[in-house]
Design a protein around this ligand. Sequence first.
Ligand code: ATP
Ligand code: PRP
Length: 214
Amino acid sequence: MTCPLTFAIPKGRILDEALPLMARAGVVPEPGFHDKSNRALSFACENSDMRLIRVRAFDVATFVAHGAAQCGIVGSDVVEEFAYPDLYAPVDLDIGHCRLSVAEPVGPGEDPARVSHLRVASKYPNLTRRHFERMGIQAEVVKLNGAMELAPGLGLASRIVDLVSTGRTLKDNGLVETSTILQISARLIVNRAALKTDERVAALVDRFRALVAA
Ligand SMILES: Nc1ncnc2c1ncn2[C@@H]1O[C@H](COP(=O)(O)OP(=O)(O)OP(=O)(O)O)[C@@H](O)[C@H]1O
Ligand SMILES: O=P(O)(O)OC[C@H]1O[C@H](OP(=O)(O)OP(=O)(O)O)[C@H](O)[C@@H]1O
């Protein structure tokens, strides 16, 4: 008997948009998946030899890059932050749209042309450093996992690099977006070795590709 394919999906906000798309690709979790009181993290799928694992967004990429899961769905922000060589993102699913931006407190800030060093709070240290390097600025990144918007007001950093969708969170916390680093959408990701060796992975990629092209 062959092992079921493992498909990693994030627990957070992409999930609601991803589930209907997954259903159209024939990936339907067992009913227990939707039970909020269920603490299980791994679920069988209806009518397919696949199991779904529900993990944090950043961990989807880690499971797939190491081959512990063969495929998954994750934001392109996570794909770009890690840049794992063994992770391939062949399909843009056209869901989970947002952007990664730099923001700072409303009001006159330092002129970026005049600074060589900045302290920036972010969940994305690699993308942040790379962005400021391109501007000739050395960014010292304070790694936070959420509520980045608090950092400038409390003196932890002068700027933040965070996800923006409606802009509401920035506005409600007295911040203004000053530049966009990356436009983001969710991707189907696969482990490169699994794609080469397991025809079920290639078939899954084809199904998702056909869905988004339709
Ligand atoms: N405001 C937003 N609008 C649209 N998409 C977003 C927004 N915030 C995040 N995303 C997308 O959803 C992904 C998951 O975000 P979210 O933080 O909700 O996930 P999560 O699984 O709860 O992560 P964690 O548990 O690590 O915080 C992000 O990587 C990004 O691609
Ligand atoms: O521009 P907006 O529409 O206001 O969305 C932006 C917010 O969404 C994300 O946070 P999320 O709600 O996922 O919570 P988090 O802080 O736990 O990551 C992001 O980190 C921002 O805080």
